[in-house]
Design a protein. Structure first.
Length: 91
């Protein structure tokens, strides 16, 4: 999915993503492909926000920056489900 959309996962992002999926499997209404797609969409959005903020702070943004999803982009959604607890219903 990531390659189809021409994004790249930084190696540490894959670890956080797998941790997210492992945690998500413990929660109600885990739905395999839908859960993965939602996580990827949220990580892409978090990446866009991160890159935008970096640009606002004066950093030079490259095409690679625009295409790369970093661990912190997944960490945001992992932290949300960890804070919600195992019985929480999340999208």
């Amino acid at each position: 999915m990531i390659r189809d959309l021409e994004y790249e996962l930084e190696p540490s992002a894959e670890v956080v993503f797998k941790n997210y999926i492992d945690q998500r499997k413990k929660m109600p209404f885990f739905s395999n492909a839908r859960t993965v797609r939602n996580a990827m969409d949220r990580a892409r959005m978090n990446s866009a926000i991160r890159v935008f903020n970096e640009g606002l702070s004066g950093q030079t943004i490259t095409v690679k920056d625009l295409k790369q999803i970093k661990s912190q982009d997944f960490q945001i959604i992992l932290d949300e489900i960890l804070a919600a607890g195992e019985n929480a219903i999340v999208a």
